[in-house]
Design a protein around this ligand. Sequence first.
Ligand code: SF4
Ligand code: SF4
Length: 376
Amino acid sequence: MSLLSHKRDLAMCAFCPKMCRFACPMAEVEHREAVTPWWKMIQAERIGARRAPDSPEAAAVVYHCLSCLHCRTHCRHAVDVPGALLEARAALFSRNLEDPLVCGFLARFRKQGNPFAEDLGARLERIVPAELRPAEARAVLFAGCQALRAESVVSAARRVFSALSIDFVGVFAGDDLCCGAPLWQMGDRKGFEAHAERLRRQLGACRLVLCLCPTCEETLRTLYAEVGQPLSARVENLAEWLGPRLEQRTPVQKIPGRFTYHDPCFAGRYRERYQAPRRILSFCLTEPLQEAAWARDDAACCGGGGGVPWILPGPAAAAARRRLKQLQATGAERIATACPGCQRMLGEAGGQVRDVIEVLAEALDGAGPVPGEEHP
Ligand code: SF4
Ligand code: SF4
């Protein structure tokens, strides 16, 4: 792929009266025409044509995108704005013209192979006993860096496996515990390919990889193939994979309280997975879900996508606060979601947020909330 493959999209945006402007969280929270999808695409076209944008700041607008795809919901031409902007980032990187914020972030990422620059292996060893981290398993839970950092959702997944007598899934404990998506988001394609090759080798014996995070899922399934490192294993989302296994079950205890659901962009607009998490929640909850006015393919992003929190934490946090307000307008006391990244962003914005896997663990084993969470 290259910017050339987005020629049609770039032309469509150039002649458009910004029909999707209102749906772009970055344009809404930054209050700048320069970060509307329209203007970002104009800059991407200039980068692709090697016509220098007016200034480094003008080129840098291509990083002000959450890859949320919300613009596409309101685009009559189904333009893939984030796809083009990611290609523009890659073009800048390949010419050593990337934003200095990107260089700083990549230096941190390379320290431990994850965006938190933390020893996530040590966390994994603390929360998952050695017998559940087999060196070679046919089926693994790939927690991903965001879930490992949060810890509670990994513990909840183990509780769900135990309650459903699923004893053949180990927890992946290789050297690389992040899928590498941040490298792709920053435009470092060679770094991403090297990361993908390493992780593909570590997952070599697996036949099934279950992901907690929809960004990991999309990365392992789609982007690894795009850089010539396809996994031989089937990649599935854990919540979706669990769905049929709940059919003959009843919860030990239903969870009280009014919940709303936040659709993560990569589960929703990218994979159209709207029903599976809602079915799990209706299995677990005493009350029906309070649906937000902005939901499903019109759900606003939590601010966590596109690598934006790593380089532009202010606008990312503002997008999270904006989304939280939309969810709180439902009157629900709690928010459920199906992405550890969304859980982190909305939680840091002040929301009471739980992953559907955490809600499911509590409903299935009746042992109360995952430690570290508040009781409903
Ligand atoms: S993405 Fe579609 S609606 Fe938005 S500016 Fe481009 S052509 Fe217009
Ligand atoms: S993908 Fe999201 S953040 Fe990026 S331009 Fe479209 S609406 Fe804005």
